[in-house]
Write a protein that binds this ligand. Structure first.
Ligand code: SF4
Ligand code: SF4
Length: 533
């Protein structure tokens, strides 16, 4: 404590001065990517550079962009005007908690934009300037915007606590859009966007590569379970189109979730298909601009139309569900060529998806369990002592709170909740969503993930939890290094990985390992279906 420097900064918060210290920022988008996406000002630059090579008329671009968005989005105009600076949101942001940097308080993050708004769009700010809360638009301020708008994971936790419902994530989205208009963005958002635009998924995997990955999973599943599953791809006339985040068929531990989906579809025998063209549920457009989000999202409906399915099921992904649930219908809908989803197994009609025609796999699976349509052996997950991380977007944005818990409690015998103020609507972000999960940004990721990791630490120490389950591909990518640093020995897994472990398939021999290939401690009654101890 003696080494802590308590001396407050001598400069006021209105004087922007950002230090681009290694580990706290993301690489800049490369020119080829910007050109491919037809985005402005493609050039080589790096955040620590003195000169960012902004366009000559950069101030005009920002003012015009802000004016347009104030007209277009009533919410933005309201959020600019109604904050009373009560501070209720201040300590709710994981980046503020983890970094201790006052400008990471949601109220001050919003002030980054609000101050420019006041200076130029309010009579008070125009006349009184700084005294009226206004700020001149400077190149230094653009650097500050970049630093802090890319230290917001758009998780919306702050909005839960704001008495006026101000959603700082939306202010961040507008801030990022304005930065994009100057060609100021990050590589890890733009290259996945370009890949998705070109091949249908963030990873740039081409259709035959996608088919190979699924085939590989089929072979591996056969080795684990002794059962060969059917995985139709691009099959016209199927009843259901299934769309997963691409990390599920490529990365670990996501891949075990994929194995779980395949077993579930095999066990239920639903008439479904994958698409090698809409092979990405996630939508990095959410972290870029509404226009980009719309462009990528349209692929899902276009494929559903081309294949002639009745409705769509989506896999375990975070931002995919915010885009689908909150924007898809107005951006690319109404999807009148589809039907209101009806489970072919239980007959349940998902009225909640009346408009989008797309349901989350946890809705589908929990409904199956509720109607006793799955044969499950939860003891196959006894080596896991589980807790559940509500991924920000499915939980806060969609209200998918009970379905995953219902599934986990039916497929696992050991489940414990993390502390109340860290779950459900109040869940803490993984610290790396929204395009911030890069290795060069590792210090910030680990700082931002501290509150999440702390809650995991609590249940590890009190309940001996050894796996954190979640329903988001970004979580599955970024939580493992987070936990490795703050809470070693806690793994990360998907909800449908646990479903796949527990599912008893017709004609399967005794399962000797879980989907990760971890041997079960002892196997009893060899030859008896689904039995293990
Ligand atoms: S809680 Fe809402 S009104 Fe209060 S400071 Fe934060 S954003 Fe402003
Ligand atoms: S949206 Fe999340 S990351 Fe952004 S300011 Fe609010 S709490 Fe912080």
């Amino acid at each position: 404590m003696a080494r802590v420097q308590f001396q407050p900064r001598q400069t006021g918060w209105m004087d922007p001065a950002v230090e681009f210290r290694k580990g706290t920022w993301n690489y800049a988008a490369v020119p080829d990517t910007l050109k491919y996406l037809d985005l402005p000002n493609p050039r080589r630059w790096s955040p620590p550079d003195e000169d960012w090579h902004l366009p000559d008329n950069w101030q005009e671009i920002i003012y015009e962009g802000l004016r347009d968005r104030l007209k277009k989005y009533r919410s933005l105009q309201i959020f600019m005007d109604i904050c009373v600076r009560c501070g209720a949101c201040a300590d709710k942001c994981h980046y503020f908690i983890g970094s201790g940097d006052p400008k990471n308080m949601p109220v001050l993050r919003a002030e980054l934009l609000r101050s420019v708004y006041r200076e130029n769009f309010t009579a008070f700010g125009k006349v009184l300037g700084k005294i009226g809360g206004g700020r001149k638009l400077s190149r230094q301020l653009i650097k500050e915007w970049f630093f802090y708008f890319f230290q917001c994971t758009e998780c919306r936790r702050c909005s839960v606590f704001c008495p006026y419902g101000i959603d700082t994530a939306e202010i961040t989205m507008m801030g990022r859009e304005l930065l994009n208009s100057l060609g100021v963005s990050i590589e890890w958002v733009n290259t996945p966007l370009a890949n998705c635009y070109r091949t249908g998924n963030h990873l740039g995997i081409q259709p035959h590569g996608f088919a190979d990955s699924i085939q590989f999973a089929v072979d591996e599943l056969e080795e684990i379970t002794g059962v060969r599953v059917n995985t139709p791809i691009n099959r016209k006339g199927a009843e259901v189109l299934f769309v997963a985040p691409s990390a599920d068929y490529f990365a670990s531990p996501h891949y075990y979730t994929l194995l779980g989906y395949l077993l579930l579809f095999h066990a239920t025998g639903i008439d479904y298909t994958w698409s090698s063209y809409a092979s990405e549920g996630g939508n990095f457009g959410l972290f870029h601009s509404s226009e980009m989000m719309k462009r990528l999202n349209s692929k899902i409906y276009m494929e559903a139309k081309r294949l002639g399915v009745k409705f769509i099921i989506g896999g375990e992904c975070g931002h995919m569900w915010r885009v689908l649930h909150q924007y898809m219908d107005t951006m690319n809908g109404p999807a009148d060529f589809l039907e209101v989803p009806v489970s072919p197994i239980t007959g349940t009609r998902f009225e909640n998806a009346r408009s989008t025609k797309m349901i989350h796999i946890s809705e589908f699976t929990s409904d199956l369990i509720y109607h006793s349509k799955l044969r499950l052996d939860p003891s196959r997950n006894d080596h896991w002592r589980t807790t559940y991380h509500d991924s920000c977007n499915p939980a806060r944005a969609m209200g998918l709170l009970e379905e995953p818990r219902y599934i986990i409690k039916n497929v696992c015998r050991n489940f414990v909740e993390m502390p109340e103020n860290t779950i459900r609507e109040q869940t803490f972000c993984c610290g790396s969503g929204s395009g911030l999960g890069t290795d060069e940004n590792m210090e910030m990721r680990l700082r931002g993930g501290l509150p999440r990791a702390n809650a995991v630490k609590y249940v590890k120490e009190h309940n001996d939890v050894n796996i954190l389950l979640c329903m988001c591909a970004i979580d599955k990518a970024t939580l493992p290094p987070l936990l490795q640093y703050w809470v070693p020995d806690v793994e990360v897994g998907g909800v449908h990985e646990m479903v796949g472990n527990a599912l008893i398939l017709d004609g399967e021999p005794v399962r000797k390992t879980d989907l990760r290939g971890t041997p079960y401690p002892e196997v009893v009654e060899v030859g008896k279906e689904g039995a293990h101890a």
